[in-house]
Each structure stands twice: as structure tokens, then as C-alpha cells.
Design a protein around this ligand. Structure first.
Ligand code: SAM
Length: 115
């Protein structure tokens, strides 16, 4: 975040994780992705904001990449075994258009350990 101020962090399978609330530097943009049932629970305790958005969808659906900025620095986290499996499968999903393919490429660059 210090090296890329104003970048975007994607948290796949966010659950009730509070990383944004704990390390927000006032510039970072955060995208919390989890299944609709989990986002519904999350929003009871951790409401979304302009810089911490919630996305109620499966990480296995490559459409989450549609919600990424076109060119900002990107960091993707997927904490926990379920999320890692989700990432591996989502990486194999075909890109549906150029912008999404670009986001998927950036994702792989940021996560060489799972690529
Ligand atoms: C063990 S919790 C970990 C939550 C959080 N990442 C943490 O470290 O505290 C697993 C989370 O993965 C989510 N999850 C499971 N399958 C998912 C999927 N296909 N897409 C997105 N999230 C998923 C669950 O809803 C749950 O919130």
C-alpha cells in the first residue's frame, strides 16, 4: 500500500475479515468478495463504504474482475484453503472480454504462488 498509494486490494472469501478497517491508509480501495449469504452477514457488522466495497458473488465467477479498476495497482488475497481452491479454479475460467483478461493477467502477476 505504501508503494502503490490508492491501489486496489481484492479479498476473495472475505467473510468477517477486518483487514481494511485495521490498515486503511485513507487511500486504498478494497473489494470484498464472498457468496451472497456471507456478504449479508458481513453487512450486519461491517457496512461497505466508498473505498471498501462488497461484492456478493462467488470467487469462482470470473465476473468479479469486471469490478476492478482498469489500470490501478492490484493486490489479491485469498486467505484460507477454500479461497485458494476458488482462485485456482477461477484462473482457469475463460476470459470473456479484453478488460477481464487484462485483470486476470494482473491477478496472476500478483499471486505467483497460486499460478
Ligand atoms: C474460513 S472463512 C475465512 C474468512 C476470511 N478470509 C478470514 O480469513 O477470516 C471462508 C470464507 O470463504 C467463503 N467462500 C467459500 N466459498 C466461496 C466462494 N466460492 N466464493 C467466495 N467466497 C467463498 C466463505 O463464505 C467464508 O466467508
Amino acid at each position: 500500500m505504501a508503494a502503490h498509494p490508492g491501489g486496489t486490494v481484492v479479498e476473495l472469501g472475505c467473510g468477517l475479515e477486518t483487514q481494511f478497517q485495521r490498515i486503511d491508509d485513507g487511500r486504498v480501495h478494497w473489494l470484498c468478495v464472498d457468496v451472497p449469504q456471507a456478504i449479508a452477514v458481513r453487512e450486519r457488522f461491517l457496512p461497505p463504504s466508498e473505498r471498501c466495497r462488497h461484492l456478493a458473488m462467488s470467487a469462482l465467477d470470473p465476473a468479479w474482475t469486471d469490478h476492478l479498476p482498469a489500470s490501478a495497482p492490484l493486490f489479491v488475497t485469498a486467505q484460507g484453503q477454500q479461497q485458494i481452491q476458488a482462485v485456482e479454479r477461477s484462473q482457469k475460467a475463460p476470459a470473456r472480454r479484453g478488460q477481464r483478461r487484462s485483470a486476470a493477467e494482473r491477478f496472476r502477476e500478483a499471486n505467483p504462488a497460486v499460478g
